[in-house]
Write a protein of this length. Structure first.
Length: 128
């Protein structure tokens, strides 16, 4: 069970790092394009949203619809590279937190305390 847990947690953390890395690669490619051609091509989440063809969320409440529209406009203005880095690091830190909270981390405070108790009982059993 510990091995499966390790694989799952490491997969989550790896996916987060790959996603964040994609954000850095995108910035690098944009900078290289800017240096080569003299124009900076900016990609926002709106570009991806439009390419996926996802419809705009609709509600029946006017106030709620206004809130959703404002939030979506703000969110979709975010550069794609920044969004990838934010999501990637969030997933990575979620995996790291899952790793330390699940008892898989041998250096977590709970495991270190358990190790100290085990060492004390083993020490006292030998009559020292």
């Amino acid at each position: 069970m510990r091995t499966i847990g390790h694989v799952i947690v490491w997969a989550i953390m790896g996916a987060g790092l790959l996603t964040a890395g994609a954000g850095f690669v995108l910035i690098f490619l944009q900078c290289m394009s800017w240096l080569k051609f003299g124009t900076y091509e900016s990609y926002s989440l709106q570009t991806v949203w439009d390419a996926m063809g996802v419809p705009w969320p609709q509600t029946v409440g006017v106030g709620l619809q206004h809130f959703i529209d404002s939030a979506m406009r703000l969110l979709l203005r975010l550069p794609l590279s920044v969004a990838l880095m934010i999501v990637g690091f969030a997933v990575f830190f979620f995996g790291a937190r899952l790793y330390s909270a699940s008892g898989l981390d041998p250096y977590s405070p709970a495991n270190l305390a358990k190790k100290r108790v085990d060492e004390r009982t083993a020490y006292s059993r030998h009559g020292r």
